[in-house]
Design a protein around this ligand. Structure first.
Ligand SMILES: [Zn+2]
Ligand SMILES: [Zn+2]
Length: 346
């Protein structure tokens, strides 16, 4: 199969030919029809992820068609249209038993703990637990764009933030994660304030229903601007970028008893933000994380998509070839373009 492989961190990946994977007894091999290019892939390529063993094939936001199934698999057959959450569960640890596969003790993450989907085929473990059937109406590129950023935002807004109609929500960072969060919070009935440094990103945020935007380049004090707009602070604020500045701004954007949800990964120089714990106590703030979403929660999201309340297709930006994914991956820290870049030609 054709695949993108890197043999050293921060060195240009190559388009190579590898032998096709075979399914594990409890797993499947999926023919990849679309795979998103995500900042997490860039973090992995730079060397920020201790799970990655070299040489490595990146890619974790995938959708495709089941090609081969292991002999223990009961729920899937060749030809099924599927996607997977970027964190797969083991099915036997306490977190999996509690239904929280997104924080499984023995996680399967394509593109991190195992070879990923920047390839014609990808092997997925424990398929009966981790695969999600795609509705016929959902195309592969849109489905791939859900796998990490959209589902993480869905869990952040709906399950962790429990955002309800009339609440104020701030979203710091309007890349793939942030724009997804805006769409989902608007669908939940919230008044959304979008923060970014890119005017095109803020314009898309407004198009998705944000009632106000703050260009962080134009104001000295982002939290003060959010407090002004929301009449004293937001109920829920997300750092959708993953940086010290946006994390701390997000916490300072909250009203009393508000919830900060960390969605963007905090890695490298951003791994230890100075969280104002005094304010967390005096304002009774909640600090939460969101780490993907369990396969069993996809149904609720698919129903909102089918009802037209969520339109993830609007977040798909550029469609590129597998060969072009090399430049897209290496350039992921430059935040070029708007929306989610998806590989659709292999
Ligand atoms: Zn588990
Ligand atoms: Zn991702």
């Amino acid at each position: 199969m054709k695949a993108i492989l890197y043999e050293a961190f921060s060195q240009p990946p190559k388009l190579v030919s590898l032998s096709d994977p075979a399914p594990k007894p409890h797993g499947v091999v999926i023919r990849v029809m679309a795979t998103g290019v995500c900042r997490s892939d860039w973090h992995g390529w730079v060397g920020h992820d201790a799970d990655i063993v070299l040489p490595h094939v990146p890619g974790h936001e995938l959708a495709g068609i089941v090609e081969a199934v292991g002999n223990e698999v009961t729920r899937w057959k060749p030809g099924d249209r599927v996607t997977v959450p970027f964190v797969g569960g083991c099915g036997s640890c306490p977190e999996c038993h509690a239904g929280h596969q997104q924080v499984c003790d023995n996680q399967f993450q394509p593109g991190f703990t195992h070879w990923g989907s920047f390839a014609e085929y990808v092997s997925i473990e424990r398929a009966d637990l981790n695969l999600v059937a795609l509705p016929e109406s959902l195309d592969f590129a849109t489905a791939a764009s859900l796998g990490c950023r959209f589902v993480t935002s869905f869990r952040a807004v709906v399950d962790q933030g429990k955002v309800s109609a009339g609440q104020w929500v701030a979203v710091h960072g309007c890349g793939g994660v942030g724009l997804s969060a805006i769409m989902i919070a608007v669908a939940a009935g919230a008044n959304v304030v979008a923060v970014d440094i890119s005017e095109p990103a803020l314009a898309l945020a407004r198009k998705l229903g944000a009632v106000a935007t703050v260009n962080a380049r134009d104001v000295d004090d982002v939290p003060a601007a959010v407090l002004e707009i929301s009449g004293g602070g937001v109920h829920v604020s997300l750092d959708a970028l993953g940086a010290i500045g946006t994390c701390v701004n997000s916490i300072h954007s909250l009203r009393k008893r508000g919830k900060h949800i960390q969605v963007g990964l905090m890695l490298g120089n951003d791994s230890m933000p100075p969280v104002p714990m005094g304010r967390v106590i005096s304002h009774e703030l909640e600090i939460l994380g969101s780490h993907g979403m369990q396969a069993h929660r996809y149904g609720a999201m698919f129903e909102m998509i089918a009802a037209g309340r969520l339109k993830p297709a609007e977040l798909v930006g550029r469609k590129i070839t597998l060969a072009q994914s090399i430049d897209a991956l290496m350039g992921m820290d430059r935040f070029e373009g708007v929306g989610v870049t998806v590989v659709t030609e292999f």
